[in-house]
Design a protein around this ligand. Structure first.
Ligand code: SF4
Ligand code: SF4
Length: 89
């Protein structure tokens, strides 16, 4: 598949991001400690896949179907509320 780039670097007709099960790549899984989490949404802002979700009045959540386990959310969380845990342990 080819992607046409236009001025400004915006890519149109992107490929398979929406249908790929990128969560199947994961070795480490981010686990949120909801006792520590005060929903500042920093993790959501840093997640490269935009799959950390927050709705007012609900706990913050991660869509594990897409989460690749990169650990950026855990690294950036100012409250240490996300732990990366090896899959299958
Ligand atoms: S960055 Fe940490 S404290 Fe902030 S919403 Fe995410 S898990 Fe909660
Ligand atoms: S581990 Fe990476 S992909 Fe998964 S929620 Fe955190 S920042 Fe997003």
């Amino acid at each position: 598949m080819s992607i046409d780039l236009i001025r400004g670097g915006v890519a149109h007709n992107l490929g398979t991001a929406a249908i790929m099960n990128t969560g199947s790549w994961r070795v480490f899984k981010p686990i949120i400690d909801h006792e520590k989490c005060k929903p500042c949404v920093v993790c959501s802002q840093y997640c490269p896949d935009g799959i950390v979700r927050y709705e007012k009045g609900k706990e913050i959540s991660i869509d594990y179907y897409y989460c690749k386990g990169c650990g950026i959310c855990a690294h950036e969380c100012p409250r240490g509320a996300i732990e990366m845990v090896r899959e299958g342990v």
